[in-house]
Design a protein around this ligand. Structure first.
Ligand code: G
Ligand code: MN
Length: 260
C-alpha cells in the first residue's frame, strides 16, 4: 500500500471509531441562507465537521463519499439530524420562520424507518416540521426514482421541506423535476462562480429559474462570493442566496451572534 493510501485508511479508521464512540469528535457548523432581496438571514445549512489530533479539521467531502455505503454511516446521519434539530431550537427561538437545512444522503432517505425516526425526533424535541428542510445532493445515483418520489411525498405531507442540492451537477437533473415534487432547488455554485463573464451560465441559470417558478419551487443560488456578484445576480428573480459573501460556515454560538 502506498503511503498516501495508508494515511487515508488510518483516517477512515479513526472516523469509524468516532462514529462508534457516540459520534464524539464530530460537530456541526452553520452557513447562512439569506433572502436575495434584503440579505436577511432566513435559514442555515448544517455542515458536518470532524476534528481530532493529529488529523486536524476534516471536511465531509473527504469521508462521506467513502463512508455513506457503510452501516455505521446511518448512526452518523441520525446524529447529524438530532444535533441540527437541537441547535435549530435555539435558531427558531430568534425567528419563528427560520429554516434549518440538513444534508441527507439517498441511502438515508431509502431506509424504511427514516420518516418514522425523523418524526419521532421532531416530536421529542418539540420542533416544528415546517422549520426543517432536508437537502438531497445529486451526487449519488438514484436507483429507484419512483420509490424515492413517494418517500418525498410522505415527508412533505408531514410538513418537512425537501430541497434538491447542487442542482445541475448530477446526471439527470431536469428529468428529476418531472418525477418528484419538492419545495426548493439549490443551483450549484459551478454555475454562479463565473456567471458575470459567461453567457452560457447566465442562460442555464435563467432556464432553471423559469422552470422552477413554473413548478412553484423556491430557488437558491449557491456560491455567491462578492459584492459584484450579489449586484449582478439581482437580475434573477430568486428567493435565496448562499455563499461566502454573506457568511462562511461557523459554529452555532458564532452563528447566533453574527447572523441573528
Ligand atoms: O452543496 P452544498 O450546499 O452542500 O455546499 C456546501 C458547501 O459549499 C460547504 O462545504 C461550503 O463550505 C461550501 N461553500 C458555501 N458557500 C461557498 C462559496 O461561496 N464559495 C465556495 N467556494 N464554497 C462555498
Ligand atoms: Mn447542501
Amino acid at each position: 500500500m502506498g503511503r498516501e493510501k495508508m494515511e487515508k485508511e488510518r483516517l477512515l479508521f479513526a472516523i469509524r471509531s468516532s462514529i462508534e464512540n457516540h459520534c464524539q469528535g464530530f460537530y456541526l457548523c452553520y452557513q447562512p441562507l439569506v433572502s436575495a432581496r434584503d440579505k436577511r438571514t432566513i435559514g442555515a445549512e448544517a455542515l458536518l465537521r470532524w476534528a481530532r489530533e493529529p488529523y486536524g479539521e476534516i471536511g465531509p467531502n473527504e469521508f462521506i463519499p467513502i463512508l455513506e455505503k457503510e452501516p455505521c454511516f446511518f448512526q452518523l446521519g441520525q446524529w447529524i439530524l438530532q444535533q441540527a434539530v437541537m441547535d435549530g431550537k435555539r435558531l427558531i427561538a430568534h425567528d419563528r420562520t427560520f429554516v434549518v437545512h440538513v444534508n441527507v444522503t439517498i441511502g438515508q432517505f431509502e431506509q424504511d424507518d427514516f420518516l418514522e425516526k425523523t418524526l419521532k425526533l421532531l416530536q421529542e424535541l418539540d420542533f416544528p416540521a415546517e422549520n426543517l428542510c432536508l437537502e438531497l445532493t445529486e451526487r449519488g445515483e438514484v436507483v429507484n426514482i419512483q420509490a424515492l418520489g413517494e418517500k418525498f411525498d410522505h415527508i412533505r405531507k408531514e410538513g418537512i421541506q425537501i430541497a434538491l442540492d447542487d442542482f445541475g451537477t448530477g446526471t439527470a437533473a431536469l428529468h428529476l423535476l418531472r418525477e418528484w415534487k419538492v419545495d426548493r432547488l439549490e443551483i450549484d455554485r459551478m454555475f454562479v462562480q463565473n456567471i458575470m463573464g459567461n453567457f452560457a451560465d447566465q442562460a442555464i441559470v435563467q432556464v432553471v429559474i423559469d422552470c422552477a417558478k413554473q413548478l412553484g419551487l423556491c430557488v437558491c443560488l449557491e456560491g455567491v462570493e462578492t459584492e459584484e456578484q450579489y449586484r449582478f445576480l439581482q437580475r434573477f428573480d430568486v428567493e435565496m442566496h448562499q455563499g461566502y459573501y454573506y457568511g462562511k460556515p461557523v459554529e452555532l454560538n458564532d452563528f447566533l451572534e453574527m447572523f441573528l
